[in-house]
Structures are given as structure tokens and as C-alpha cells.
Design a protein around this ligand. Structure first.
Ligand code: FMN
Ligand code: SF4
Length: 418
């Protein structure tokens, strides 16, 4: 099997996650020490130069977001939020970081807070993640006791307080502005963008919001430098990515590899190939808001730009594999049911559109004259219209899996319902 390259999962399985001493012995909090001796500008420049891109799904430049939040004002309240909602189906990487190495996240967040001048932070965590919550709670207590959180951190004069907020199970609350509403104690409805969180986020103040995996990369970038990070992965997608592989594979699980590994290597080498020696059908990349890859796309490199070139998405790094005997129409129906359920109902195109998409496919699948080409053309048209008129990115998501099925997998759709 290809050898893993672990940065975000560096300590996972090697240290006791409940022991700050073991974390410190593994160079833990050294990056924070180094950061606190530098100017904040040096920190966000380093992250920017590293080319790190957000691992929550959108792949936006992390350094650019940091810089925007850092320079917007020097004497105003600012916040750092870690998005640990992890609601995308098939994604379970953030959970592994929080369960096996919670201090890396705390260290990454504290560095991020120092770089933008924030003194308060929140980890917004999926409510079902009981073990992650327990381990993080303990780790935060330990970090306070050892002077890595609180007032005058490591004698630097920098103060930072960190709290946990539990989510209540809404997929939409993983969307950054909806998440901010939720942290403020309001109902999980999205806000209109712009303004972006770096300008006007939590309680109207500049806010840096990043995914768990993104922040878990900070300490090693600060310790080893941007040039080192850029030497891993591809030019436009530097570093590693944690892939969560599930479905019809021999060895499902989480694996961290340099960006640029091919989909074929991930499925057939890393995950051991298709279960029961069945033929490959498709792989859904990036979860429900992702895209279906066909067999002739297996050699695509897993990086933001290379996947985009062929109409696919990296998203959260989820890879859900289906063998060729699976009914992909039913998989698509489940995805549409998911969006119908998770639509918050605030805007009409998505409130009605998600139901309409689901009902159209459900009814067509019952028809003896089901014609996938015609049906999916109609569904893509409806979903594109919905994407153009919806208020937030959830309404722009169903078109992604639908269009990829229509464009790449018509033969499989026809065979599925035969
Ligand atoms: C409907 C929806 C759900 C999302 N859920 C998550 C999530 O569970 N975790 C996450 O990190 N990002 C999620 N995102 C992306 C966030 O809005 C945001 O881009 C991310 O937190 C930014 O962090 P990053 O730059 O480190 O990726 C979601 C976006 C949408 C539209
Ligand atoms: S697009 Fe959907 S989830 Fe977003 S505001 Fe409109 S109804 Fe709510």
C-alpha cells in the first residue's frame, strides 16, 4: 500500500489524546511558542505562502482569509471559530483529529487567533460527537492549566479564551454564516453574503472561520515553514488531504495522503479495491454536495484544480464507492431526500425546489417508461434554475451530483433501473 504522509494526523494513534504531557513530548505547543515570538503579520504571511486551502469543502486560500481578518481593524473585537460541524455525508476526518489529537486543534486555533488579533474563540462541534466533545473539553482545561490558553499565554502578553458550542444536528449550520447565527443563539438561518465573516461575522465583528483539518495544519506549517509545506502535494493544492473512503471497498477508513494521489490509487491500492471482486460502478466525491466520478475518470489527480478540470469536486475529501450492481438512481434519490430534509425553508426556490426535485425523480423511477436521459436533463435544468435563484449555497448544491450523473454516468443510470 502507498505510504501515508501525515501532517494533520501526525500524532493520531501515537499519543494518548487525554495526556497533554504526551502531546508536549511530541513537540506540541512548540509552534505556538515560535508564533508568539514573531509578529502576527509573519504568521499569516507564512500561512498564505504555504498555499494552504480550506479543507471544509470550498478550498479557499486560508492565508487570504486570515489576512483579511487581520488588517480590517487593529483595535476591534475579533473572533476565531473552528467549524467542527462535519455534516457532509461520508465525511469523518475532523472527528478523528478531535478524538485522537485535540491539542493540535487548540494549538492551531491559538496561532490563528494571535495572527489576526482575536482574543476569543469557539469550536462549533457536531452535537453527536460525544467523544470529541469530551476529549476537547479535557484538552482545553489542560491547556489553561499549562498556560497555553487564557491570559498572558507563555508570558507573551497575548490573551485567548476558547469555548465549545454544540450544534443541534442541522446540516445547514455547517455553512459558515448560518453557523455564526447559531453561535449567537439564533435559529440556523443563513445570512446573505457579502459581507463575509472576515469583515462582519460573529456579533458583527471580524471573524476567522476555519475547518478542523485546516487549523490542524497550522502548527506544522509554522514549525517547518511554507516552503516545506509547498514541497508536498501539487502546485495549486499544496500539502496533504485526509480522505474518508467508505462504501463498497475492502478497507474503508480515513487516510492522509499528499494532494495529487489519483482516485484509482485511493480506491484500488489504499482502500484495497472493490469488495467481493465486483466491478467498479462509481465514486461520489465530496459527499451529498459532491460529484459522481465515472470509471474513465479514475486516473484523475485528487486536487482542487485537477478535479475541477474534469467537472469533479474534492469537497470535504469524502469518497463513497459504489460497485456496478448498486442502483445509482436510488442513491441520487437519497441525496435529493437529504437536501429536501435539510433545506431551511427561508427562500422559496430551495424550499419548493428541493421537494420538486425529489418528487420528480421518485415518480419517474416508478414509471415503466423511465428514460434517464430525458429525466436527468429535466432535473439538471430545474436544479440549475434553483442554484441561480437560491439564497445560500445549500440551494446551489443539488445540481452538482445531478449534473455529474447526467454528464458522466448515463450508461450506469440506464443499467441501474433495467
Ligand atoms: C450547507 C453547507 C454545509 C457545510 N458544512 C460544513 C461542515 O460541516 N464543516 C466545515 O468545515 N465546512 C462546512 N461548510 C463550509 C463552510 O461554509 C466554510 O466554507 C468553512 O467552514 C470554511 O473553512 P475552511 O476555509 O477552513 O474550509 C459547509 C458549507 C455549506 C454550504
Ligand atoms: S437556499 Fe435553501 S437552505 Fe439556503 S436559505 Fe434558501 S431555503 Fe434555506
Amino acid at each position: 500500500m502507498l505510504k501515508e504522509y501525515r501532517i494533520a494526523l501526525r500524532n493520531s494513534g501515537l499519543i494518548n489524546p487525554e495526556s497533554i504531557e504526551e502531546f508536549i513530548a511530541a513537540d506540541g505547543y512548540q509552534a505556538l511558542r515560535k508564533a508568539l515570538r514573531s509578529e502576527p503579520l509573519g504568521i499569516y504571511e507564512e500561512i498564505y505562502e504555504s498555499g494552504l486551502r480550506g479543507r471544509g469543502g470550498a478550498g479557499f486560500s486560508t492565508g487570504a482569509k486570515e489576512k483579511a481578518a487581520a488588517v480590517i481593524c487593529s483595535d476591534c473585537d475579533k473572533y476565531v471559530i473552528c467549524n467542527a460541524d462535519e455534516g457532509e455525508p461520508g465525511t469523518f476526518k475532523d472527528r478523528v483529529i478531535m478524538e485522537t489529537d485535540p491539542h493540535t486543534l487548540i494549538e492551531g486555533m491559538t496561532i490563528a487567533a494571535y495572527s489576526i488579533g482575536a482574543h476569543r474563540g469557539f469550536i462549533y462541534i457536531r452535537g453527536e460527537y460525544e467523544l470529541s466533545i469530551r476529549r476537547l473539553t479535557l484538552a482545553i482545561e489542560q491547556a489553561y492549566q499549562h498556560g497555553f490558553l487564557g491570559n498572558n499565554i507563555l508570558g507573551s502578553g497575548f490573551n485567548f479564551d476558547l469555548e465549545i458550542r454544540r450544534g443541534a444536528g442541522s446540516y445547514l449550520c455547517g455553512e459558515e454564516l448560518t453557523l455564526i447565527e447559531s453561535v449567537e443563539g439564533k435559529r440556523g438561518y443563513p445570512r446573505i453574503k457579502p459581507p463575509y465573516p472576515a469583515e462582519k461575522g460573529l456579533w458583527g465583528s471580524p471573524t476567522l472561520i476555519n475547518n478542523v483539518e485546516t487549523l490542524a495544519n497550522f502548527p506544522q506549517i509554522i514549525l517547518n515553514g511554507a516552503k516545506w509545506y509547498r514541497s508536498i502535494g501539487t502546485e495549486n493544492s499544496p500539502g496533504t488531504k485526509i480522505f474518508t473512503i467508505s462504501g463498497d471497498v475492502v478497507n474503508p477508513g480515513y487516510y492522509e495522503y499528499p494532494m495529487g494521489i489519483t482516485l484509482r490509487e485511493l480506491i484500488f491500492d489504499v482502500a484495497g479495491g472493490i469488495k467481493n471482486n465486483k466491478p467498479f460502478g462509481t465514486a461520489l466525491l465530496g459527499g451529498a454536495a459532491g460529484t459522481f466520478a465515472a470509471e474513465n475518470q479514475l486516473d484523475v489527480q485528487m486536487s482542487y484544480d485537477k478535479l475541477k478540470e474534469v467537472g469533479l469536486t474534492l469537497g470535504s475529501g469524502a469518497v463513497i464507492v459504489l460497485d456496478s450492481t448498486r442502483n445509482v438512481n436510488q442513491t441520487m434519490l437519497s441525496i435529493l431526500k437529504f437536501f429536501k430534509h435539510e433545506s431551511c425553508g427561508k427562500c422559496i426556490p430551495c424550499r419548493i425546489g428541493t421537494t420538486q426535485l425529489y418528487e420528480t425523480l421518485a415518480n419517474e423511477l416508478k414509471s415503466p417508461t423511465f428514460n434517464p436521459n430525458k429525466v436527468y436533463r429535466e432535473l439538471v435544468w430545474q436544479a440549475e434554475l434553483m442554484a441561480r435563484t437560491s439564497l445560500c449555497p445549500l440551494g446551489q448544491s443539488p445540481v452538482l451530483p445531478l449534473k455529474s450523473l447526467h454528464d458522466n454516468l448515463m450508461a450506469l443510470l440506464t443499467a441501474s433501473n433495467a
